[in-house]
Design a protein around this ligand. Structure first.
Ligand SMILES: *Cc1c(COP(=O)(O)O)cnc(C)c1O
Length: 434
């Protein structure tokens, strides 16, 4: 860890030149530059490519996706139900073809990971197993500006168990005048109120600020107090090199349509730590796809879960979506999170340097400066909540997003964004600030 931090610090001090020539030069030197060609970049009505900085919301389509889906359509055409066994990638075990790549992306063992359902569904399934409130310990700790779906999920679970939502949700707030949460403040809440907290459930990377929490420290502190710990890694998976196994939370969930480029509404991932692998007594909402594979088709009524994350599956999965995900995961396998992380840090630091001279009076970057606390998302707070600026850059071909009340979120995604994209974005932004 010390070594990594050292390297990261050096990268953080990188010096950049703020010219377009320099950006173009960096693209020429970038070993990952050619990967961009494997993706469709949306084009404007004038035929020019958009500056697409929205991979944090919906990742772009790999050019191979269509072939992967076509393969399943062909196999369905050719085999009908027999495709479960005879398709090129048989449907029966299809989810298993995704596990290894997904486990690598989130830093987990294969038996700790499964692709199933969608994100909020998985969050509920995990809470069924890991939110087990008692009268003395029924609270859930979450960040105050968590993604709304996570808040709804958490609150509805508390209500479902018959507890009071008002006192049941502890929302960790940033300090007065600050936007990001400090780890030390989170640890203090856990230290002081941990005995009443049944579950710590945080967005591991906050969707609004892009802040990456110290998942290891938080998990350790939570476990020391007897809390269960889970993370929503929707903004972490495929963005930051996660280490879920070593960091040790009880569970994590994430979607694959953001940084993992699997297409709108596609499937989600779920991590259950190895320590729960053989625990059949954990309460869970069960379905036949989670049942022991050897006897699943005996159609008997005694549920015997597959050991590990697979045991939480409910249904036989949507193969067309899985095919799209497979196309994307094959790209991740060919590049690796290590190389992606290196480029990501450079690109993001470059964007930060370009933005620095623009001045605090018009905007401020609210994403942490410390690059161990962020991935490639860069959230830019616009003074006086002037949404016009966002509308103008959009007209000029930038695809980013506006999050109320006053933030433009951007993400320079290392798989398909270039240094030139970043340069052009800040250049357009600058033009509209005056
Ligand atoms: C994107 C996102 C969601 C969306 O949930 P779905 O179930 O996929 O619609 C939920 N939570 C977080 C933190 C997200 O970033």
């Amino acid at each position: 860890m010390v070594q990594t931090t050292q390297v990261l610090k050096e990268e953080q001090d990188m010096q950049f030149e703020l010219t377009k020539e320099y950006a173009i030069k960096q693209d020429q030197l970038d070993p990952l530059a050619s990967i961009r060609k494997q993706f469709y970049i949306p084009t404007q009505s004038n035929g020019e490519e958009h500056i697409y900085l929205c991979g944090n919301s919906l990742g772009l389509q790999p050019k191979t996706t269509r072939n992967y889906i076509d393969q399943e359509l062909k196999d369905w055409e050719k085999y009908g139900v027999e495709g479960h066994f005879h398709a090129k990638r048989p449907w029966m075990p299809y989810h298993e073809f995704l596990t290894k790549s997904m486990a690598k992306i989130v830093g987990a063992k294969e038996e700790e990971v499964v692709v199933m359902n969608t994100l909020t569904v998985n969050l509920h399934l995990m809470m069924v197993s890991f939110y087990r409130p008692t009268k003395e310990r029924y609270k859930i700790l979450i960040e105050s500006d968590a993604f709304p779906s996570d808040i709804y999920a958490v609150e509805s679970q508390i209500k479902f168990h018959g507890f009071d939502v008002e006192s049941g949700v502890i929302k960790a707030k940033p300090r007065e005048g600050e936007v990001c949460l400090r780890t030390e403040d989170l640890l203090k809440i856990i230290e002081e109120q941990g005995d009443e907290i049944a579950l710590i459930m945080l967005g591991g990377v906050n969707y609004y600020t892009g802040q990456y929490f110290n998942t290891k420290e938080i998990t350790k502190a939570g476990h020391a107090k007897g809390c269960k710990v889970g993370f929503d890694m929707a903004h972490g998976a495929g963005n930051i090199k996660l280490q879920l196994h070593d960091d040790g939370p009880d569970f994590a969930v994430w979607c694959s349509y953001k940084y993992i480029n699997s297409g709108p509404g596609s499937l989600a991932g779920c991590f259950v730590h190895e320590r729960h692998k053989h625990n059949k007594s954990l309460p869970r909402f069960a379905g036949w796809w989670g049942h022991d594979k050897a006897t699943r088709f005996n159609m008997r009524y005694d549920f015997s879960p597959i050991p590990g994350a697979e045991g939480w599956q409910l249904s036989n999965p949507p193969i067309l979506s899985m095919a799209a995900l497979k196309a994307s995961l094959d790209i991740f396998d060919s590049v690796g999170m290590g190389a992606l992380e290196l480029k990501s840090r450079k690109l993001t630091a470059y964007m930060e340097s370009l933005m620095e001279p623009l001045g605090e009076e018009v905007l401020s970057v609210i994403t942490p400066k410390d690059n161990t606390q962020r991935g490639c998302q860069m959230s830019i707070q616009i003074k006086n909540a002037n949404k016009e600026i966002y509308e103008k850059i959009t007209k000029d071909g930038v695809i980013a997003d506006w999050r109320e009340p006053d933030v433009i979120r951007t993400a320079a995604v290392p798989l398909y964004n270039s240094f030139e994209d970043v340069y052009r974005f800040v250049d357009i932004l600058k033009r509209h600030l005056n």
